[in-house]
Structure formats: structure tokens, C-alpha cells
Design a protein around this ligand. Structure first.
Ligand code: FAD
Length: 99
């Protein structure tokens, strides 16, 4: 059976902008998470953020910057604009069929 539990976390930059409340902040001054899969969408991977998510089993990074620190400790890296990457990814997923 599929475990479809998902959560939405963010960096401090997102909290500072008022986009999400502080209880979503992952990191040194936020929460520590340990999911099976972490998808970092436009996340630089600063050390203060890393502290909160480095115990993840698999890390996927989507970032325009090849030098983003998150890429260096990710299992999978998609280089590019997140909107384009997610669009292509969704389109390919929708073509898969479960046997
Ligand atoms: C004492 C202290 C405690 C802190 N505690 C925390 C904490 O608990 N948690 C935390 O997260 N931070 C914390 N910070 C802040 C931390 O240092 C970083 O500033 C913060 O994590 C950066 O957030 P960010 O990656 O979202 O933003 P940015 O550093 O602005 O990075 C944005 C990233 O998105 C990429 N990007 C931009 N546009 C696109 C696009 N269109 N498509 C794909 N990628 C794109 C960029 O290349 C960049 O890598 C703390 C800092 C201090 C000093």
C-alpha cells in the first residue's frame, strides 16, 4: 500500500516574507524533519536549513544554480527553473501507467 503522507516545509526566507508561518520552517531555528523524500524547490541549502533536513533518506533538488549547496548533498539534482522542471516532471509522470 502506498504511504501518501506529505508535508510542506520551507526556509527562513519564506517565513521572513510572510508566505508561510514559522511552524513550517525547517532548520536550526525551525523544526527537524526526517522524511523518506525531501524535494527542495529553489532551496539554497544553507547550513542552518541543512541541520533540519539532512537525515532525509532521499534528497531531490530543483535549482537554477549548479553551485547551490543543497545540490552537493542531494541524491538527484534537476538544474533549471522550477516551473519548467515541475511541468516536465508532471507531464512525464502522467504518461506512466501502473501495471
Ligand atoms: C542564526 C540563523 C538561523 C537561521 N535559521 C534558519 C533555519 O532554521 N532555517 C532556514 O531555512 N534558514 C535559516 N537561516 C537562514 C539561512 O542562512 C538562509 O538564509 C536561508 O535558508 C535561505 O533560504 P532560501 O534557500 O529559501 O533562499 P536563498 O538563499 O535566497 O536561495 C534561493 C535559491 O533558489 C534558487 N532559485 C531562484 N530562483 C529559482 C527558480 N526560478 N527555479 C529554481 N531555483 C531557483 C537560487 O539559485 C537559490 O539557490 C538562519 C540564519 C541565521 C543567521
Amino acid at each position: 500500500m502506498l504511504n501518501t503522507q506529505v508535508g510542506l516545509g520551507c526556509t527562513r526566507a519564506i517565513v521572513d516574507k510572510g508566505i508561510l508561518p514559522h511552524n513550517h520552517q525547517i532548520g536550526q531555528t525551525g523544526v527537524v524533519i526526517k522524511p523518506k523524500l525531501y524535494i527542495g524547490i529553489g532551496v539554497s541549502g544553507a547550513i542552518q536549513h541543512k541541520i533540519g533536513m539532512e537525515q532525509t533518506e532521499m534528497i531531490l533538488s530543483i535549482n537554477t544554480n549548479p553551485e547551490a549547496p543543497l545540490n552537493s548533498f542531494s541524491d538527484v539534482v534537476f538544474l533549471g527553473d522550477y516551473e519548467e522542471v515541475i511541468e516536465q516532471f508532471s507531464s512525464q509522470l502522467s504518461q506512466l501507467s501502473v501495471q
